[in-house]
Design a protein. Sequence first.
Length: 115
Amino acid sequence: LERTPLAEREMAKYEDHNFEFSVRDVSFLDRVQEEWPPDRTGVLVTEVKDGGWAALGGLNANDLVETIDNESVSDVRRVEQRLKAVATTKPSYVILRVLRGIHIYYLQLETTWNH
């Protein structure tokens, strides 16, 4: 028998404290509900804290983040790597490509780093 697909609660998660949002890996059920093809990659936003950089940039819960600064993010491990690299370089903004429903958006998250 095949293994049952992982449930949402079993998916890997990551919370970024700089941009104040959380993501998790995409589950089988997410793909079925959203009718995403198997080759659609990204991570699902689970929470966006009010007043954080992500919220001010227009990120919403249930957005599918596909790229960060034009680099694909296929899972939370890759998101964590990208956002830690961003925290090291401290750019003035970060660009996210997100899928929201049937629309693709490019969100510019502007930052003010405390040195």
